[in-house]
Design a protein around this ligand. Structure first.
Ligand code: MG
Length: 451
């Protein structure tokens, strides 16, 4: 077994000056620079610790001869677009802890093609991290430059990928909540270019996230929901801290879960071009039903946006994404893209009308989500046990075990980071979804007791 990994499911994350220190950032800079070489672009979200981590990381990069380009505070997909569109840039580093609380920060690596670094690339950096990394002589150290155009370029690229005339003609008003995070400039500027009247909330850059926690869940969006109920706006928009994701509130003030926006935008994309839509096995069957009805094909993957993005590239998918509001539009780039998601949803409303009506037309499924404690060492044996124990259904082992019945499914999936199993159960019949979740929860619990 290898040593505990530095990279979790979404880069290196930790509490600043506890796990994530300037010493760690410096050594990470040396390791990343040794692997990426050449020129590396660095950006950050609005977190208070961003400047400190950026300075230490940049020093590490330069000490091994890398030229650093600082893009300032921009959304993660703006950095990814910058890296993707420049042949002379060999990679990127985003300083963000996405939806984690403000005391956290993180370091996330971007490959030369603008996608999130693969596990293999991360592993290479991790191995170097634990070694004494040779630095260059004084006359070979890297340079550092600041560029300001990344946010503007990103917005223009997003606008070139949507039907701006249709959006402008719809005469929309929106309420925008940036969580005091990385979209604070790009999101209002994009809406302005689309001639949309915008009521802003938490759209100043503030690294303590005073407005709301940066994860855009229904509980965290009560101010935006209230605002939507008290204005005539057509759409409520909420980003996470680094604005790779976005969720919506209807004109009536109802929260729209990420799998519903995934289904609606799959429908929009399939209306233009038939093809494949990629999503993890944990997504609602509602997405599959909509995709099939619109003449598309659904392709399932393991959970994780880099996995979805890579699968999309491999199979030439027209669209894809995750149930948490991280949607991927391949004509723009192969990564979760918050601004693209906003622009496409505006197009969707401009064409098909009020969001609440579009949501009401989606097929209804009931989903249970449970968590079960399980020591990491027993996770494999739980999966083996279930494989033998389940005889009356089809089993898919793309990620954990998905047990597929005629009237629904159960997904039993070990967490990659915590000593828990996640149990999802879904059916069009609410009682079935609840009883199956109960059944699998108690099967796993009994098995663990017997060990
Ligand atoms: Mg994020």
């Amino acid at each position: 077994m290898s040593a505990p990994r530095l990279f979790g499911t979404n880069g290196v994350r930790g509490v600043v000056n506890q796990e994530l220190t300037s010493e760690l950032a410096l050594q990470m800079g040396k390791a990343i620079g040794t692997v990426m070489k050449g020129t590396v672009a660095v950006a950050a979200d609005t977190r208070a610790s961003g400047h400190m981590i950026r300075a230490a990381l940049s020093a590490g990069l330069m000490s091994v001869g890398v030229h650093v380009v600082i893009l300032g505070v921009v959304p993660t997909p703006a950095l990814q677009y910058y890296v993707k569109t420049r042949d002379n840039v060999s990679g990127g580093v985003m300083i963000t802890a996405s939806h984690n609380p403000p005391q956290f920060n993180g370091i996330k690596c971007i490959s030369a093609d603008g996608t999130e670094a693969s596990k293999e690339e991360e592993r290479e950096i991790e191995i170097l991290f634990d070694t004494e990394i040779p630095t260059r002589s004084w006359d070979e150290i890297g340079t550092i430059d600041h560029v300001n155009e990344a946010g503007k370029e990103y917005v223009n690229a997003v606008l070139s990928n949507v039907d701006t005339d249709t959006i402008k003609n719809a005469n929309l008003t929106v309420c925008l909540d940036c969580a005091n995070g990385a979209a604070f400039e790009t999101a209002p500027s994009m809406l302005k270019k689309l001639q949309i009247k915008t009521v802003t909330l938490n759209c100043n850059a503030q690294g303590e996230f005073p407005g709301r926690p940066s994860e855009p869940t229904e509980e965290n969006l009560s101010d935006l929901i209230t605002l939507m109920k008290n204005t005539n706006a057509s759409l409520g928009i909420a980003h996470d801290g680094d604005a790779d994701r976005c969720v919506f509130i209807t004109e009536k003030g109802d929260f729209v879960s990420g799998d519903k926006s995934l289904a609606l935008l799959a429908k929009l994309e399939l209306s233009k071009k038939k093809g494949k839509v990629v999503t993890p096995v944990s997504s609602s069957s509602m997405v599959e039903e909509v995709v099939n009805k619109e003449g598309g094909t659904l392709v399932y993957t393991a959970v994780g946006s880099p996995i979805v993005a890579r699968k999309m590239k491999e199979c030439g998918a027209i669209f894809g994404g995750e149930e948490n509001g991280g949607l991927i539009f391949p004509d723009m780039q192969y990564c979760r893209d918050g601004a693209m998601t906003v622009a496409k949803m505006l197009e969707c409303i401009a064409i098909y009308g009020p969001l609440s009506e579009q949501v009401a037309e989606l097929p209804v499924y009931y989903t249970q989500k449970r968590k079960l404690a399980c020591p990491n060492g027993l996770k494999d044996s739980v999966i083996e046990y279930l494989k033998d124990a389940v005889t009356d259904a089809n089993i898919d082992d793309t990620d954990g075990l998905k047990i597929i019945y005629d009237d629904g499914w159960v997904l039993v999936r070990p967490s990659g980071t915590e000593p828990i199993f996640r149990v999802y159960s879904e059916s069009k019949n609410e009682a079935v979804s609840v009883s199956r979740a109960d059944e699998y929860e108690s099967m796993v619990a009994k098995f663990l007791e017997s060990r």
